[in-house]
Design a protein around this ligand. Sequence first.
Ligand code: ADP
Ligand code: ADP
Length: 223
Amino acid sequence: EFALELAGLEKVYNRGKPSEVSVLRGATLEVKRGEVVALVAPSGAGKSTLLHIAGLLDTPDHGSVALGGRNMVGLSDKARTEARREEVGFVYQFHHLLPEFTALENVMIPQLANGAGQAEAEARAMDLLGRVGVAPRATHRPAALSGGEQQRVAFCRALANQPRLLLADEPTGNLDPATSDQVFGALMALVRETGLAALIATHNMELAARMDRVVRLDQGRVV
Ligand code: ADP
Ligand code: ADP
């Protein structure tokens, strides 16, 4: 059973212009349920493009995308947005938490937007925050949290609606090595406990080595 199946992805930016760049050239990648895959490549190799296509934020010029065995190519914008909300959680290098809301509220908001009740959303948010060790900071706003704490809250937010796939783009890229290690440990524990699949782009080879599998993007292909 695959959480994510990407096959023969091609993506060209600025087609026909002098700045044309062919970023993906037949990229193929499958991630099984429960599997954590590291995506390693130099800057500019197309990691973000691949993650955005996998997460239904962007569409390929050619190739197929399936989430949970369901084809995602050719859906209407509305159907794609719905599928994205159901299936995918995102984490970025910068946390993008809402500054005027507490950590707890930041993890509740996506659930409320998705139709959850207040009590249910709060219970799930507190459970997630507890799993990554930030429950004691639940009532603080992002500015009052350390960088590592902010990023752990961002993980909780990404998992708030119980997606089947977590996509992360340099999730610890903004942290010092010790904090990065700690935050990555919390993320892995959370992923393992929830049994979800993850595709994590990173420059950090030590962290990559702790995942189930490491793939590289090379000349627009996954190797
Ligand atoms: P990475 O995440 O590995 O750094 P990206 O996927 O962000 O790589 O970018 C791959 C290449 O595509 C880069 O050369 C980048 O400049 C180019 N690119 C990315 N997004 C766009 C865009 N929206 N329009 C034009 N070029 C883009
Ligand atoms: P780190 O070294 O991990 O980046 P900090 O030195 O920023 O951590 O913070 C250490 C502790 O102090 C953390 O628990 C953090 O939540 C707390 N803290 C940091 N800044 C503030 C603040 N402005 N208000 C309240 N607590 C804070």
